[in-house]
Write a protein that binds this ligand. Structure first.
Ligand code: GTP
Length: 899
């Protein structure tokens, strides 16, 4: 999503309550990098002109076979201010893609350059940039990290093959790091870690490694240790470089002001600083021990050589690669990007430890009959299959669709089939995005990422196939779109503005499907839904500034949901007769339905088929496990919509005329839960199915309490009787909608049919991670579980992760070097300022995890600051919907219904 600087500024200005302030600063984190990798088609600022011919495509076109093996699709995930931009600027510079290094603090990064471009309306925001490193093509994919923009995080993580996690050595593992880390972990993305800002007072490499173990739950493997040296003629200590534990070398950057030159020197027993040497030996021994416990090759080498120091670096590296690819370990490096220390080895590690697209499990796709298939394993003849992971509206070029190709090749001017929208498309032009350059390319090969111009209807999350592919319904497991948790009315300024406003909202939703639009039936107002206050503010700002429409936005409200009261309750309407005149024509139908309240706390991830489930064994696909169940479910006609399950299983066979045949068919249908339509109709089964589904969705779109969408319901068609030509699709839909509405009204208490008792409101529940000093734990927990109606799930501490401690004592021997820190000039003040932003002293930090209703989290930023003297931090994301208690529901209904 391209977000104008003005939009951010204005949104931040307008959001004056505390909750908004929190989202604003997080928003900045997400989009600053995003904008900083923005690229232009017409680079004018010579400072950022490429210093060499860095157009990867043209220089490597002849090496197509090598390309996939030498490709890395990676993202950088980090907490705000960890140094994502600073590190990226160096990567682009060292790769030869920018003439000089931009400085975040003096505001001359690529981002700032683009601001001028933006004003001239020719900006292209890049969701991925390509650069070369050591004969590898690195596609760096923007990974924003804010809860308001969940879909943005989801869409980027969906196409990553590996990730670099940047941690601030002073702050350690932070709340937002945990959130994004878990998102990557859920998708089985291999990760490496870079502990940045080692030059700062209070930096703790060893402490951060231990926190990775306890708070992120991974096995951090130290492959570098910081080189802390005394300043000449004093006892002060300074971060000067790193020690490579694999090669046993000292790496320094001080021979060149821009850090472009890495000077390596051997580290052996003759090294002047024996402390450094001794610690490096300890690190090497630990590394070999750790690897021996997990890798057969290393154990064999160790048994043969019987010396930790004798195993060659290349063997260790190969073992680390194997274990990283399987997400068994996380290699940890360190540096100070701002001081130009450590970035090149990090880039080497991307190549050395993170997977090429070929080394990832095959992506999974679903055929129209529900069968799950692997994509990309079919050899060179396999047809095109690509995922659109980002759509950017560009003023000059129209929609730019960022795609990742999973199979086959996407060619310029190719006819495409969008199997998600069932529309034909044409790829007019293909582009490769570089830091400050764009190259037109003839094709995007398998495993690669590029931009397609000319697509008219493609949205984020859609699957693109070859236009002649017979597999018309094949879709990659898409990007799960969360339902909006906030909404506000959008009022066009005049009637002539209505149409343009609607069109502009549709264009926005195409870019960002986590925005939603619906019309309130009672008021006729257009409601825009989004993931947070800032999300909606920015959307509104974009409507005005980018799409030039005239509209006002109303007050923002939390979007609740509705469902039947009582988990497991089943309500049945066995025969609902519909007989009405529609536009002078009689419409008739009769249906039977059941509605069951599902016993679940909606899991935002539940529709996704994880890539990790994609076994390398093809034989297993579709046979067992979740995928097998999914197959079976789809054959039964089950589909999921917004936390609901819908079962419309219609028999293809026409009703038997002889009695015995009809009885046998009915028995079989009953056993399989299939409905055989009775009566007569000319409508084909797919039309009947669609009409029924539309009826169910229409009933579920509006609940009986306050008109919120319904969720957690399983709706099943149990009977269908048709009256020839009078049973039109519209009549069938209306009949089904009325039957479902009635079943919900009756709920678990059909004798009363009392909606306010039979239905219940659900509210968004947040997964909240709070980080506080030990002394504040009691107060903060009391506040969460009392005032905020939250449920505390865990209280973490560096020392209390028993599960890991047990494993550390047996299988995985965690190694983390002791911490010494910069103590040179200015360190006292730096120390004070560094810990001001942190939470108490590093050793007494506690991390609280809780589930709290979103409505109780409004203004939490200010409240937490007040409770903790400004030191507490938190991050949160929506995890589902939970039932509201009876009193709150009554009060809310009273308020909303006007007393
Ligand atoms: N001392 C020191 N400061 C650093 C280092 N790396 C980054 N910084 C500073 O940390 C601050 C944040 O750096 P950014 O690169 O903007 O971090 P980011 O993660 O991109 O931050 P957002 O874009 O705000 O999310 C800036 O003031 C940088 O100059 C480092 O290695 N050492």
């Amino acid at each position: 999503m391209q977000v104008p600087a003005g939009a951010i500024r204005s949104a931040v200005r307008q959001n004056t309550n505390a909750f908004s302030r929190w989202t604003s600063c997080q928003y900045h984190q997400q989009h600053s990098f995003h904008a900083r990798v923005t690229a232009s088609v017409t680079p004018v600022n010579k400072a950022f002109m490429p210093i060499q011919s860095t157009r990867w495509y043209s220089s490597h076109a002849h090496k197509a076979d090598e390309a996939i093996k030498n490709t890395r699709n990676i993202g950088i995930i980090a907490h705000i201010d960890a140094g994502k931009t600073t590190t990226t600027e160096r990567m682009l510079h060292y790769a030869g893609f920018t003439r000089r290094i931009g400085d975040v603090d003096s505001g001359d990064t690529i981002m700032d350059y683009m601001k001028q471009e933006r004003e001239r309306g020719i900006t292209i925001t890049s969701a991925a940039i390509t650069f070369g490193w050591k004969d590898h093509r690195i596609n760096l994919i923007d990974t924003p990290g804010h809860v308001d923009f969940t879909i943005e995080v989801e869409r980027s993580i969906r196409v990553l093959d590996g990730a670099v996690t940047i941690l601030d050595a002073v702050a350690g593992v932070e709340a937002q790091t945990e959130t994004v880390w878990q998102q990557a972990a859920r998708q089985g993305i291999p990760r490496i870690a870079f502990v940045n800002k080692m030059d700062r007072a209070g930096a703790g490499f060893g402490r951060t490694v231990r926190e990775m173990r306890t708070r992120l739950g991974c096995r951090p493997m130290v492959v570098q240790i910081p080189l802390m040296e005394s300043l000449q003629g004093s006892n002060d200590i300074q971060f000067n470089g790193v020690v490579d534990v694999l090669t046993m070398e000292v790496l320094r950057w001080d021979s060149d002001p821009k850090g472009a030159k890495v000077v390596r020197s051997p580290l052996d027993s003759n090294y002047a600083d024996q402390e450094v040497y001794q610690e490096a030996v300890k690190a090497r021994v630990a590394l070999v021990e750790q690897l021996s416990a997990m890798d057969e090759n290393i154990i064999e080498l160790f048994l043969t050589l019987e010396d930790h120091m004798a195993i060659e670096a290349k063997d260790l590296q190969a073992a680390i690669r194997r274990l990283t690819l399987s997400s068994t370990i996380v290699p940890v490096l360190c540096g100070a990007s701002f001081r130009n220390i450590g970035v090149q080895p990090l880039m080497d590690s991307v190549v050395d430890y993170l997977p090429s697209p070929e080394e990832r499990p095959a992506a999974l796709g679903r055929m129209s009959d529900g069968k799950v298939v692997e994509i990309g394993n079919g050899g060179p003849k396999e047809r095109l299959c690509a995922l659109a992971f980002k759509v950017v509206h560009d003023a000059r070029r129209g929609p730019m669709v960022f795609v990742r190709v999973y199979a086959g090749q996407l060619n310029e001017r190719a006819q495409l089939w969008n199997s998600s929208t069932h529309t034909k498309e044409r790829a007019n032009k293909l582009l490769q995005m570089y830091a400050m350059d764009v190259e037109e390319i003839p094709h995007i090969t398998k495993g690669n990422i590029g931009v397609v111009l000319g697509l008219k209807d493609t949205r984020t999350g859609d699957t693109l196939l070859d236009g002649h592919d017979p597999r018309k319904g094949l879709a990659l497991s898409g990007i799960k779109v969360p339902s909006p948790v906030f909404f506000a009315s959008i009022e066009p300024m005049s009637t002539s503005d209505e149409k343009p406003v609607e069109e502009a909202i549709k264009a926005l939703i195409r870019e960002d499907p986590s925005l939603g639009m619906r019309v309130d039936e009672e008021t006729g107002q257009t409601l825009l839904g989004g993931m947070g206050e800032l999300h909606l503010e920015v959307a509104k700002e974009r409507l005005v500034s980018d799409f030039k429409v005239k509209a006002e936005m109303g007050r923002m409200r939390i979007s609740f949901k509705e469902t039947m009261r009582g988990a497991g309750v089943v309500s049945e309407v066995p025969a609902w007769e519909y007989d009405r005149e529609i536009l002078g024509k009689r419409g008739r139908a009769r249906v039977g339905v059941t509605v069951e309240r599902l016993e679940r706390f909606e899991d935002q991830e539940d529709e996704r088929v994880p890539e990790s489930e994609s076994s390398s064994s093809k034989a297993e696909v579709g046979k067992k496990g979740k995928k097998g169940q999914a197959d079976a479910a789809i054959h039964m006609g089950l589909e999921e919509y917004d936390g609901n399950e819908i079962i419309v299983s219609l028999s293809e066979q026409s009703p038997s005329t002889d009695e015995a045949g009809a009885l046998a068919a009915a028995e079989k249908a009953a056993a399989t839960g299939t409905v055989i339509p009775s009566g007569s109709t000319d409508l084909p089964i797919p039309v009947l199915r669609t009409s029924i589904k539309n009826g169910i969705l229409s009933a579920l779109s509006r609940g009986p309490l306050l008109g919120y969408a319904q969720t957690h319901l399983k709706v099943r068609l149990t009977d269908l009787h048709l009256y020839g030509g009078e049973s039109t699709p519209a009549a069938i839909s209306s009949c089904v909608a009325a039957a479902v509405t009635e079943a919900i009204r009756l709920g678990g208490n059909p004798s009363t049919g009392d909606i306010d008792n039979n239905s219940v409101l659900l509210e968004p529940i947040m997964d909240v991670r709070v980080e506080v000093a030990e002394k504040d734990v009691g107060t903060v927990i009391g506040d969460i579980s009392g005032t905020r109606r939250g449920r505390v799930l865990s209280l973490g501490h560096d020392d209390d992760s028993t599960a890991h401690r047990e494993e550390d004592e047996t299988e995985f021997h965690l190694y983390a070097p002791p911490d010494s820190t910069y103590t040179g000039p200015g360190s006292a003040s730096s120390s004070a300022s560094s810990s001001a932003g942190a939470v108490g002293t590093m050793s007494d930090r506690r991390s609280i995890r809780a589930q709290v209703p979103l409505s109780s989290m409004l203004g939490y930023d200010a409240a937490l600051r007040a409770l903790t003297g400004g030191t507490g931090k938190f991050a949160m994301e929506v995890i589902g919907y939970g039932e509201m208690d009876f009193d709150r529901q009554r009060d809310l209904i009273k308020e909303m219904r006007g007393g």
